[in-house]
Design a binder for this molecule. Structure first.
Ligand SMILES: *Cc1c(COP(=O)(O)O)cnc(C)c1O
Length: 468
């Protein structure tokens, strides 16, 4: 180990290498020196952990190669475009919703110019950033008032903190939702300082269970939409209208956490599961509704809060709102996305999430054929098969809905499905696929037309030995 440590090339020796002198023409010297130290530190750690396979790893040309990769890494973006071949439309790890083209333009516009974010143009007086979206939100949902925060988790937190801090919140046991990334209703509740009162059983909760739980400490009845699971079989939940009546009779408020939150009725597109609309909740008389901007709505990440003026204005005054506030980019993209909902005939075509969720099966078949034929032309021993299958909605929406789609299954001789998937991810842009029965699967639902040729190129490179 000691001899290995002494074999790590000195900084000056590495700097003197010709290839490093080349790098110095393109990158600042401090960055290169720091990177050399970083590479040497990594080697030291490998040695100390007993992971060095032989001292050839310490040869100067190997070290210079590591250095070049590290230095080049500085100029390449970490967060970048990928190709989603998984067919999961609202894929949280791949960035959830894509923005409509017009919403993208708004982003660029407010990025490149000063905007009227907090100024009323007519009077020149100070305005509220939320005014930029509240009229659209109240018009589209039927609510009296609206507010937007960073994400839906923040929306629920703000609502609980404002309406129920130090008081009791009653919720059915069947609705104690956990959303991926450690959002759990009981934990958010604790964070807000509200006390959780669970009622009913996992599968059945009756109105009398709520009635029995109400006392002078009660502030709120909470309904959480079980957006990422469904309890089926011998089940009962109390209808929103009944919760609203109970809350009115007892001077309480009802908070409805819809999670995904949609403004359109998906049953018209053949969806079997019911996803409640925001309008339905408002219509039922709910006081406050919260939902995400980047799930079924198809906009930017945001937590949208709509409801009665009295509650929304209390939330606006809560100091937490300042900490959870959205920036101008979110507002610009959200406003434009909402504007598209003014025309219900067109919104499904223009908002990518809605478009992908409602794609015609024939279009999916055509895309699959196109990919299959182009891959077959590569003249290799790839095995390529077109098959019928299912895509998922994702984002914890429509949990068991299966959307019919067409898939391309590919195998490459000598590579396991896992190895192939790893290599496809290592190319640029990374291609994410699904693995099923030892085959990789590309679901064309989430692949753009113009990405098909990139995928073919990836396989071409892979067959030529790149991405190893
Ligand atoms: C997704 C979801 C959340 C969290 O929303 P984010 O926008 O991811 O913060 C909260 N509640 C429900 C019911 C959800 O589905």
């Amino acid at each position: 180990m000691e001899t290995y440590l002494r074999q790590i090339p000195a900084v000056n020796k590495i700097l003197a290498e010709e290839k490093v002198q080349e790098l110095l023409k393109d990158y600042p010297r401090t960055l290169i020196v720091d990177s050399i130290r970083g590479v040497n530190e990594q080697l030291r750690e490998r040695i100390l952990a007993g992971k060095l396979s032989s001292d050839s790893e310490l040869a100067i040309n190997r070290v210079v190669e590591l250095l070049r990769e590290k230095v080049k890494g500085w100029s390449e973006p970490n967060l970048r475009a990928t190709i989603n071949g998984t067919g999961v439309v609202i894929h949280t790890n791949l960035g959830r919703s894509l923005l409509a083209e017009s919403a993208q333009q708004r982003l660029v516009e407010v990025a490149d110019n000063y905007s009227n974010l907090e100024i009323e143009v007519e009077s020149g007086e100070r305005g509220s950033r939320y005014d930029n979206v509240s009229e659209l939100l109240t018009y589209l949902t039927g609510a009296e008032a609206a507010l937007v925060v960073n994400n839906n988790a923040a929306a629920v937190l703000l609502a609980l903190d404002t309406l129920a801090k130090g008081q009791e919140v009653v919720i059915s046991r069947g609705q104690l939702v956990e959303i991926g990334g450690s959002f759990r209703i009981p934990e958010v509740m604790e964070q807000s300082g509200a006390h959780l009162v669970e009622v009913g059983a996992t599968n059945k909760t009756h109105l009398r269970d709520y009635e029995a739980a109400i006392n002078e400490e009660t502030a709120l009845l909470l309904r959480a939409h079980t957006s990422n699971y469904r309890i089926v079989g011998f089940t009962k939940e109390v209808a929103l209208e009944k919760l609203v009546k109970l809350s009115n009779d007892n001077n309480l408020a009802v908070l409805d956490d819809l999670g995904s939150g949609t403004l359109i009725d998906f049953s018209q597109y053949g969806f079997e599961l019911e996803e409640p609309t925001v309008q339905e909740s408002i219509e039922a008389g709910v006081d406050v509704v919260t939902f995400s901007g980047d799930k079924l709505l198809g906009g930017p990440q945001a937590g949208i809060i709509v409801g009665k003026e009295e509650y929304i204005s209390r939330m606006k005054k809560n100091p937490l709102t300042r900490a959870l506030r959205v920036d101008k980019f979110t507002l610009a993209a959200l406003e434009e996305t909402l504007r598209l909902y003014l025309d219900l005939d067109q919104v499904v075509e223009k908002v990518p999430t809605l478009r992908m969720l409602t794609l015609d099966l024939q279009i999916l078949a055509d895309k699959a054929d196109k990919l299959k034929e182009a891959l077959a032309e590569l003249n290799s021993n790839l095995t390529i098969e077109k098959a019928e299958g299912y895509s998922q909605v994702g984002g914890g929406s429509f949990p068991s809905e299966r959307l019919a789609t067409y898939l391309i299954k590919v195998t490459v001789p000598g590579l396991t499905a896992n190895q192939l998937a790893n290599r496809l991810r290592s190319l640029n842009p990374p291609l994410f696929t699904r693995i099923q029965d030892e085959e990789i699967i590309i679901d064309l639902r989430t692949v753009k037309e113009e990405q098909i040729s990139i995928i073919v190129n990836h396989f071409n490179k892979l067959l030529e030995g790149e991405g190893e």
